[in-house]
Design a protein around this ligand. Sequence first.
Ligand SMILES: [Zn+2]
Length: 289
Amino acid sequence: MKNYLIILTLILSSITSRANALDITWYGTSCFYLTDGTSTILFDPFLSRVSMTDIILFKDIKSVPKIVNKWIPLEKRKAIQAILVSHTHYDHILDIAEVHKGSEAVVYGSNSAGIVAKASGVDKRFLKKIKVGDKFKVGDFEIEVLGGNHPNHILNWIWATGKVDKDFSYPASAFSYKMDVNFSFLIKYKKKVIYFNASTNPALSKKINVDIAIQGLAHEKGYDRLIKEQIVPSNTKIIIPSHHDNLFSPLSKKMEPVFTSDMKLFRKKIKGRGQLLEFKLGETKKVFK
Ligand SMILES: [Zn+2]
């Protein structure tokens, strides 16, 4: 009898400690949808890509409901429990209100993220201001807010920094989407560790082994430091590239690289140090099977 009990306990504990398969979908830049069918989160809502001309001409930029609906239809939106915003540059938050439509998702982000979300049409009861060090649970995801480290856009310059104006009104030009702080997110899922870092610069401030890094690779100049200071020390097993695509080209077109990235070079540098898991635009892949 005692032996049966031991065997039963072993079987049960192996079932409960095993991570469920997780579906990860990439919508370009650092917009990712993670779900296991019960727990669902979305990172950096941005699907209505805007041409570079409209950005440079200071045009008001808008979320396009048709595009959001096509890629994340209502059924998928309803399932979202949390939307995590790394920072408030337009290419991480423009579609916040359309993505939120139909869901009861909590929007986690900085003070500026709250201002943009509210002005874009998200009811304030869904907004949750976060800071580095905060920890919270979303279904089976245990999330810890870490700092981010935004790379320069051009030369030594990051455009649109500072706080989003408290009178921010939607729609606005891309330059009104200022970045106050930049977060990365460390997520424990069952026994696995996922690290979401939208920026190419290393930002993992904890000594921890990472199973999957959803990693911004927009800036080729940062690859060496990123590998040396983040990917190698954290023994990252799988790297999912993000933000290496041309964000000025519509999501419906075939993916092309953004001019500051060089995936060929990254593939060469990462060889033997971690497995690259590359997505097509809109593609879903299963991990932890
Ligand atoms: Zn940015």
